[in-house]
Design a protein around this ligand. Structure first.
Ligand code: FES
Length: 276
């Protein structure tokens, strides 16, 4: 028996916003009944203000899936679509007072449905993971999804990947591939070098920023079909533009934050990224 919080039980037994919005402006369908979980999120959006005026869900899943979907609708109602995109799967879990770690994949499914519904509203074709290489055949989980969820949630073990995506939770054949993927993700991000000197001259700082972008940031973006262009460096202000698949991606805000975090970690705490 899972150890659910009072709020999870409440949102499961008395879920809010079940059903489908009439004449929705955006719909996101994720998961599949074959894999055990599916979620449809429908949104009504005020076109003038871009505010989500109504959100409803239909789900096929467990108590956590129902509670997470319901929590998501409560979290996003009244927000603009861009504000709603900042809601993470961890926010959904936090709103519920936490989820059992084995059930975190329900919050991830909520976040995915949100991205899909907002992309649908914005008319952005979803270049979803289905096009990527499937790593876990039991649950149809792609490499792209594992990479994204691992980075966003700082996951470092195969067990955590299973908790958050279900990958590896079936026959287990994909476990070595997930392990290899994790090594690849985190070896790219482990800052062995370059290491920031204590006090940098302007020239040293510019050189280090360029080096970090080339060695630590660009390869990860290119692996997902994106790229980065460094436009200007003015003191601690670094102006960049996302290119390739990153252009117009609904996750670009997350990507830019990640780039800023990496430069703060490896160059200076005071770096501020400005994206064009
Ligand atoms: S292929 Fe991943 S658990 Fe079976």
């Amino acid at each position: 028996m899972w150890d659910y919080t009072k709020k999870v039980k409440d949102f499961f037994l008395h879920p809010k916003n079940i059903g489908e919005v009439e004449n929705p402006d955006g719909v996101g369908d994720v998961g599949s009944i074959v894999c055990g979980d599916a979620l449809r999120l429908s949104l009504k959006v005020d076109k003038e203000t871009n505010k989500i005026t109504d959100a409803k869900f239909q789900t096929f899943g467990c108590a956590s899936a129902i509670a997470s979907s319901s929590a998501l609708t409560e979290l996003i109602k009244g927000k603009t679509v861009d504000e709603a995109l900042k809601v993470t799967n961890q926010d959904i879990a936090d709103f519920l007072g936490g989820l059992p770690k084995e059930k975190m994949h329900c919050s991830v499914m909520g976040r995915e449905a949100l991205e899909a519904a907002i992309s649908n509203y914005k008319g952005i074709p979803i270049v979803v993971e289905e096009e990527g290489k499937v790593v876990c055949k039991c649950f149809n989980v792609t490499e792209e999804k594992i990479r994204k969820v691992a980075v966003e949630n700082h996951l470092t073990t195969v067990e955590e990947i299973t908790d958050f995506t279900k990958a590896g939770g079936g026959c287990g054949e994909c476990l070595p591939d997930i392990e290899e993927l994790l090594q690849d993700i985190w070896s790219l991000k482990t800052p062995e070098k370059p290491v920031a000197p204590k006090k940098l001259t302007n020239l040293q700082k510019i050189a280090l920023i360029q080096e970090v972008i080339e060695k630590e940031i660009r390869p990860g973006l290119q692996a997902d079909g994106g790229d980065i262009e460094l436009i200007d460096i003015d003191g601690n202000r670094v102006v960049i533009a996302l290119r390739g698949m990153c252009t117009g991606c609904v996750m670009s805000g997350v990507t830019i934050n990640g780039i800023q975090e990496k430069l703060r970690e490896l160059v200076s705490e005071e770096i501020v990224i400005e994206a064009q």
